[in-house]
Design a binder for this molecule. Structure first.
Ligand code: NAD
Length: 485
């Protein structure tokens, strides 16, 4: 089998020889075989990438000084080039992290060009505001690009998450050094090919893959003006400490343990596809999934049966197959982590009602069966800690008041969903849940609305016009009364 191998890094608008000789091998989650390799970035590569991004930001004909409409043209070309590679992008992601291909086609191939077009138009529309003052003069309020952005992303939705940062950053006029996660680098290199083919000016986008030390080096780099991070809460805390010391603006999208709250009038079977997408999508490897299912005591057995039936009947298979609903986890390490939580769920007294092991017909690949525990106490480890695998904990509740209390009894606050036949009741309930986002009978990150978390789930927002704010400095020019008109 041929592998996908690169020997250069995309820095300063060209493919450059890396500073070191180390390499990253990438394995297919479904076969455990090596499917490609890339150079591992070293500190010297980050230096070169930040330098290139700096020059693209500060130098002559700076990206941020272009009229928004001119940047829009360039970003439309980038979107077009990504679309030409859509099939290959989805396939690379599916192979690397186990994401079912039909999900990858949406999150990894369709979403990035859509975001580029959305944000470049928003910036064109934003313009410059002139505001009459109260003291005789007026003010010009400008939104200026914040500068060089260090963007660090995880492996679970690598392209989708990359473009939550790249699209608003590039549209605003920022330049970017991207550090993808080592598990998913092949898609990032394909994206770099698209950027080059689109003729993005040199240094506007640079890609340096590596692990956490390299990420920490980028966060601290004196040439970086802003850090945008998505990943675990532990890493987010470390990054926030560094950025606090440096007074460097930072956006953090971190972990979650969201609640899917089933009200006593819910038609769960009638909404089962949405329920699956809100709780078990991408093999449980999404930060906002509702992995704590709150079920009313009045319908408890029926809800447990419905969810257990759903989990038991999902099609587990090769992520490249269009019928696959559950693929493998990203790595052996991730599977061990998920399996240790399953063991803890049992030893803490949870009642296993679906899954709990590896699928019998798969002897290769890091597969775990979709797993459901019933009778979980809200204080159990599997009800409090993020598992990041296909494991649901069903927790009974007496009345709505108790459901709200359990839903809010968590360190996290990222997603959530409410399931009910009565939209008004559902919305009223959703208002009481302390979280950054919550869905009614579905959960979809619409590009037009802000997404992000509270508490240990992060700081700041991505998506929507609010997602631009993170990449812009507000500047006020006070005009004297004479110039007011
Ligand atoms: P991780 O934090 O280990 O790694 C994420 C990225 O950060 C990787 O590129 C890694 O190399 C880098 N990194 C790790 N430690 C770093 C440090 N100290 N300084 C700089 N960079 C560092 O997370 P992971 O295991 O790859 O991803 C899973 C986690 O990401 C889960 O906790 C999940 O909830 C979270 N996540 C959050 C969101 C969101 O939008 N809130 C989205 C997806 C994933």
């Amino acid at each position: 089998m041929s592998t996908i191998d690169y020997d250069k890094l995309y820095i300063g608008g060209e493919w450059r020889a890396p500073a070191g000789s180390a390499r990253i091998d990438v394995r297919a989650a479904a076969t455990e075989e090596i499917i490609g390799s890339v150079p591992e970035g070293a500190e010297g590569d980050i230096d070169a990438a930040v330098d290139a991004a700096r020059r693209a930001f500060d130098g002559p004909d700076a990206w941020g000084s272009w009229e928004p409409a001119r940047r829009q043209e360039a970003l439309h070309r980038f979107a077009d080039e990504l679309e030409k590679r859509a099939g290959e992008t989805a396939a690379r992601v599916a192979q690397q992290n186990g994401m079912p291909i039909v999900v990858a086609e949406q999150f990894e191939s369709a979403f990035p060009p859509l975001l580029l077009r959305y944000y470049s138009q928003l910036v064109v529309d934003q313009g410059e505001e002139r505001r009459p003052g109260m003291l005789g003069g007026s003010s010009v309020i400008r939104r200026e690009p914040i500068g060089v952005v260090g963007a660090i992303v995880p492996w679970n939705v690598p392209q989708g998450i990359t473009f939550l940062k790249l699209a608003p950053a590039l549209a605003s006029g920022c330049t970017v050094v991207l550090k993808p996660a080592p598990e998913t680098v092949l898609d990032a290199f394909l994206m770099a090919e698209a950027a080059l083919a689109a003729g993005l000016p040199e240094g506007v986008l640079n890609v340096v893959p590596g692990g956490r030390e390299l990420g920490a080096y980028l966060v601290e780099h004196p040439g970086v003006d802003k850090v945008s991070f998505t990943g675990s809460t532990a890493a987010g805390r470390a990054i926030a400490e560094t950025c606090g010391r440096l007074l460097r603006p930072v956006t953090l999208e971190l972990g979650g343990k969201s609640a899917a709250i089933v009200l006593d009038d819910a038609d769960l079977l009638g909404n089962i596809e949405s329920f699956f997408a809100s709780t078990l999508l991408n093999n449980g490897q999404i930060c906002w999934l509702g992995t704590r299912v709150l079920a009313p005591q009045s319908r408890y057995d029926e809800v447990v049966d419905t969810i257990s039936g759903l989990a038991s009947n999902l099609v587990i298979g090769d992520p490249l197959e269009r019928t696959t609903q559950i693929g493998p986890l990203v790595s052996q390490r991730q599977r061990e982590r998920v399996e240790s939580y399953i063991a803890k769920g049992s030893s803490d007294g949870g009642r296993l009602t679906a899954g709990g092991g590896r699928p019998a017909d798969r002897d290769r690949g890091w597969f775990v069966q979709p797993t459901v525990f019933a009778d979980v106490d809200p204080n159990h480890t599997i009800a409090q800690e993020e598992i990041f695998g296909p494991v649901l904990a069903v927790i009974p509740y007496r009345d709505e008041e108790e459901a709200v209390r359990i839903a809010n009894d968590t360190d996290y606050g990222l997603g959530g969903s409410v399931w009910t036949a009565d939209p008004e009741r559902g919305e009223a309930f959703a208002r009481k849940v302390r979280t950054g986002t919550i869905g009614l009978n579905h959960y979809v990150n619409d590009p037009t609305a802000p997404f992000g978390g509270i508490k240990s789930s992060g700081m700041g927002r991505e998506l929507g016009p609010e997602g631009l704010v993170a990449f812009q400095n507000l500047k006020t020019i006070y005009l004297p009364p004479a110039a007011a008109n």
